[in-house]
Design a protein around this ligand. Sequence first.
Ligand code: PMV
Length: 320
Amino acid sequence: MRATAIAQPNIALIKYWGKRDLERNLPAVGSISITLRDLFTEMRVELDERLSADKLIVNGSSDETMLPRLSSCLDLVIGGARPRAHIESRCNFPIAAGLASSASAFAAATVAAACAIGQSLSNEALANVAGRSSGSAARSLLGGFVELENRETDIVVRTLCDSGRWPLTVVVAITETAPKAVGSTEAMEISRKTSPFYSNWVERQDQDLQTARDAILKRDFEQLAAIAEHNCLKMHSVMWASRPPMVYWNSATMRCLQTVRKLQGDGHGVFFTIDAGPQVKAVCVPECAADVRSALVATEGVADVMVTGLGDGARLVKAP
Ligand code: PMV
């Protein structure tokens, strides 16, 4: 009654922001992401009849913050009357700081929990369970370029292009390692209720998805760069115009954008994207990765830089 799974975070190029159904955690819009290779969350789930409550250890220390959401995730996979679980997680990057740690955590937890009870769930079922725990987690089940389709009653994820077919590099500039002050679910609801740009954001998403899908299928870097930056800035405009405003950027975030603009001006194939946090992800062609990395390391306020290729989806590392 135990299993261990590993999953990588994913970075959205066409973003999900806003929920259509809060109860079932269904997104208001579809999204497209890339799954990373070198950042990971490993999740070990062991069900034990002798335990009276679930226990969670994250990177060696007991963690109460994430426990309720993980317990609910196990309930969804196994059922509420399940034995309690000892959950142990290892993560090699900052948690809850806008680096999609919840996506990799819930994708890994879903896969491990299903295996721990010997249940073989379809991709669709895994996607809906993972997605219910964290909207972006379903995308981490798959590798490469992944589209999350927002269907009437559920979500569906599919790979648009394998990581090997278009091996881009992602340079992550970390400008702050502390967890964010407002979580994405709360911030999305504030945007939905108060941002004057929210309905326009939802209406235009299909157009952005179509442009990005087309760019990915053609492997057209310029087209993907333009639509990804536009979609990212549009999402942040929705956030900034919310009441109260949701501003996740700091001054180093802005300086990183200027660094990326300078690199583009010098002819480098690179573009930026930013999620609900102050980190900047610079997506580039592999030949430019060294220059992009040096330029971001030299940018004032950048605390750390991580470089990664694109990777595969969630998978088991140890069967029961
Ligand atoms: O999955 P959540 O609830 O952490 O929301 C993710 C929201 C963004 O990262 C800002 C965008 C996205 O599509 O990943």
